[in-house]
Design a protein around this ligand. Structure first.
Ligand code: NAD
Length: 348
C-alpha cells in the first residue's frame, strides 16, 4: 500500500500561500489555475508567455507579464512557479525554476517524454526544491468522498475500476493546436487523458497500477497522434483497471464516467472527471439492492482551488503524500509502457 497517509480532508488553509509566477498563460492557466490560486488566498506576481495575446490577457486581469521566465525567477518574492506550457516545454521551465530555488507545480503529463521526466526528477533531487505534478482529479471533492467510501468498506473488496474520459479535439481545436503535434504533445489522447485516470486510480485505491497494456486508434481526427485508446491495467493488489480515453467523442455525449466495482457494491460517478466541481455520485448497495447518492463534503469546491491549497501546504514543508515525484515518474513509465504495448509509436 502506498500513500496511506494521504489526507485531503484537512482544512484548506493552514499556511501562508506562496506568491506565484505562471509559465504559460493559456487555457488551463487562465480558466482554472489563476482562479484557483486566488480562491486559495494566493497572489500571482506575474506570468511569462511568448504569445502577446496571453500577455494582454494577463494585463487585463491586472497581472504583470513578460515574454520569458527570467524576471520571475529573479524575483525573490516569488515562491512557486506553476508550469502550464505545451508538454515539450515543461522540462526547460521546471529545470530553470528549480535552479532558481522555486517550488514548482507542473501540469500533467509531467513531460512529453519519459527521458525529460527523468531529467526533471534528477534536477529536482539536485536542487532540493518542492515539486508536484498537477493531477487535479485527486483534488475533486467527489473523488475524495469516493476514496473515503472505499476505505470505509462501503462496497466491500474492490475488484475493478472502469473509467471513460473523452472529449472532442479536432485539428482546429486551438489557434496553435500543439496537442495534435507528436513532438510537442508526446502522444495523443492516451498521453493527454490517461495520466488523469491512472493517477486517480492510484489515489482512490492507495496502491500502484503495476501491469498495463493498451490499444490506440487513429479513427476520426486527421492528425498524427492517436485520437483514442483503451487501456487495461492491474494494481499491486490485483484490482483491474479499464480505461477508455478519446479525442473523438462529441462533448454533447456522455463522456466522463468513473465506476468502482466491489464485492458488496458499486460506486458510479457521472461527470465528476474534469476541471470543475459537481457531477453525480451513486452508491449501489449490493446487500440491500438499493442505490443512494453518496454525500460529497465540500461538493462545490473547485478541484483547482483545493489543488493550489494543497500545494501551498506542500511548498511550505508539509508532507502528506499528495505530491510525489516518484509516483509522477512511475505514471510516465506506465504511459511509455502503454504506448509500447499498443505497438504504435507514441509519436507515429
Ligand atoms: N489539469 C488539467 O485538467 C489540464 C487541462 C488542460 C491542459 N492541461 C495541461 O496544461 C498544459 C497547457 O495546456 P493548455 O491547454 O493551457 O495549452 P494552451 O496552448 O492553451 O496554453 C499554453 C501556453 O503556453 C505558452 N507558451 C509557449 N511556449 C512558452 C514558453 N517557452 N514559456 C512560457 N509559455 C509558453 C503558449 O503561448 C500558451 O499561451 C499542458 O501540459 C496540458 O496538458 C491540464
Amino acid at each position: 500500500m502506498l500513500d496511506a497517509t494521504e489526507n485531503l480532508s484537512r482544512p484548506l488553509q493552514e499556511t501562508a500561500p506562496p506568491v506565484w509566477g505562471i509559465a504559460g498563460f493559456g487555457w488551463v492557466a487562465r480558466d482554472y489555475a489563476l482562479p484557483g490560486i486566488l480562491a486559495a488566498g494566493g497572489r500571482v506576481a506575474a506570468i511569462a508567455d511568448p504569445d502577446p495575446s496571453a500577455r494582454r490577457a494577463a494585463a487585463a486581469a491586472g497581472i504583470g507579464a513578460s515574454a520569458d521566465l527570467a524576471g520571475l525567477l529573479a524575483d525573490p518574492t516569488v515562491g512557486a512557479i506553476y508550469v502550464a506550457t505545451p508538454n515539450h516545454l515543461h522540462r526547460a521551465a521546471v529545470e530553470a525554476a528549480a535552479q532558481a530555488g522555486k517550488a514548482v507545480l507542473c501540469e500533467k503529463p509531467m513531460a512529453a517524454t519519459r527521458a525529460d521526466a527523468e531529467a526533471m526528477a534528477d534536477c529536482v533531487a539536485r536542487t532540493g526544491i518542492r515539486y508536484g505534478t498537477a493531477f487535479d482529479q485527486r483534488h475533486h471533492p467527489a473523488h475524495a468522498a469516493i476514496r473515503d467510501a472505499i476505505a470505509s468498506g462501503a462496497i466491500g473488496r474492490v475488484t475493478a475500476i472502469r473509467i471513460v474520459y473523452a472529449c472532442w479535439v479536432d485539428a482546429g481545436f486551438a489557434r496553435d493546436n500543439w496537442r495534435a503535434d507528436p513532438g510537442r504533445a508526446g502522444g495523443g489522447a492516451l498521453m493527454d487523458l490517461a495520466p488523469h485516470g491512472l493517477d486517480l486510480t492510484e489515489f482512490l485505491l492507495s496502491e500502484r497500477v503495476e501491469a498495463i497494456a493498451a490499444l490506440t486508434q487513429h479513427r476520426v481526427q486527421p492528425y498524427a497522434v492517436d485520437d483514442g485508446a483503451l487501456l487495461i491495467g492491474r494494481t499491486a493488489n490485483g484490482v483491474l483497471l479499464q480505461m477508455h480515453v478519446a479525442y473523438n467523442c462529441p462533448e454533447a455525449l456522455p463522456r466522463r464516467r468513473l465506476e468502482v466495482i466491489g464485492t458488496e457494491g458499486q460506486i458510479v460517478a457521472d461527470r465528476t472527471m474534469g476541471q470543475t466541481p459537481g457531477g453525480e455520485v451513486w452508491l449501489h448497495d449490493g446487500r440491500l439492492g438499493l442505490r443512494r447518492k453518496l454525500p460529497v463534503p465540500d461538493a462545490t469546491a473547485s478541484p483547482f482551488t483545493r489543488q493550489m491549497s494543497a500545494f501551498a501546504r506542500f511548498a511550505s514543508g508539509a508532507e502528506d503524500g499528495t505530491f510525489s515525484i516518484a509516483r509522477d515518474l512511475h505514471i510516465m513509465r506506465l504511459l511509455d509502457r502503454a504506448y509500447a504495448a499498443a505497438g504504435s509509436a507514441r509519436c507515429p
